[in-house]
Design a protein around this ligand. Structure first.
Ligand code: FPP
Length: 248
């Protein structure tokens, strides 16, 4: 593996699933006296670098929060800028991601997006569905409560069709109805910009995640900080509800 490491990371103990709330584009734009759209554009450069590096490191799943169901309340100009960046990203990156064996899954309601974006996302999922490298989840038009409600509806349908009795429903059945079906729970959740909130992101999948909150704004987040977050994760003692002295 030739990828340089910027912090003491044990490549044998990488988090299987990293999730990132890419916060701070607006404040970065303000600091640089730029329009907010340019903050998001700068944030897209960071996102490219983090995806590439996660694939090189050998991370199993990476989930990025790109657009929440609540983000529609932002100004028309900002929403349009984000939609354009999303479209541009898929057009410009899809060949390289496919070559790198990256599998793309979209978390969220694609049909609620403008037609061009919806088609590009569906195409990317279909084109990469057999890839076996990094599993890249991009949450777009995503809200965790909506995802949980959708899972409950799908399970209710299974019960209605006689495939399952209500009392038979387990954690595993529930997890199978989430967008992240088949992927491990989140091990490491990173939110940049110093905010310490989950903001309706992966509520089920983060049940036992370790949280790291670097204060840097997303466009300034770099590989040094990313690797420091992974090293911090590796230094944590995870308990999963057990006594601290219990065997791992
Ligand atoms: C939060 O920063 C960031 C977002 C709402 C959007 C994140 C999107 C990108 C990084 C790029 C577009 C996505 C793709 C897949 C190409 P904020 O605007 O809330 O920052 P603030 O809290 O400083 O205002």
């Amino acid at each position: 593996m030739t990828t340089p490491l910027y912090a003491p990371i044990d490549l044998e103990r990488l988090p299987r699933h990293v999730a990132i709330i890419m916060d701070g584009n607006g404040r970065w734009a303000q600091q640089h006296k730029l329009k907010v759209a340019l903050g998001h554009r700068a944030g897209t450069e960071t996102l490219r670098e983090i995806i590439r590096n996660s694939s090189d490191l050998g991370i199993g799943s990476l989930t990025l929060y790109a657009f929440s169901t609540e983000n529609w309340t932002r100004s028309k100009t900002e929403v349009e800028a984000l939609m354009q960046l999303i479209l541009d990203f898929f057009h410009s990156e899809i060949d390289e991601l496919d070559e790198k064996n990256v599998r793309i899954t979209i978390l969220g309601d694609k049909d609620g997006l403008p037609q061009k974006q919806c088609e590009a996302l569906k195409e990317a999922e279909i084109r990469t569905e057999k890839n076996t490298g990094l599993h890249l989840n991009i949450a777009i038009n995503y809200g965790s409560r909506a995802e949980l409600v959708r899972a409950a509806q799908l399970l209710a349908k299974d019960v209605q069709e006689g495939l399952l009795q209500p009392g038979e429903i387990t954690d595993a059945h529930f997890a199978r109805k989430l967008y992240t079906d088949g992927q491990p729970d989140v091990d490491l959740l990173i939110r940049t910009s110093g905010e310490m909130r989950l903001s309706n992101f992966l509520l089920w999948q983060c049940s036992y995640a370790e949280f790291v909150f670097p204060t840097v704004l997303w466009p300034d987040f770099d590989l040094k900080q990313y690797h420091a977050c992974i090293a911090e994760f590796q230094g944590r003692k995870r308990r999963f509800g057990r006594r601290p002295d219990a065997d791992e």
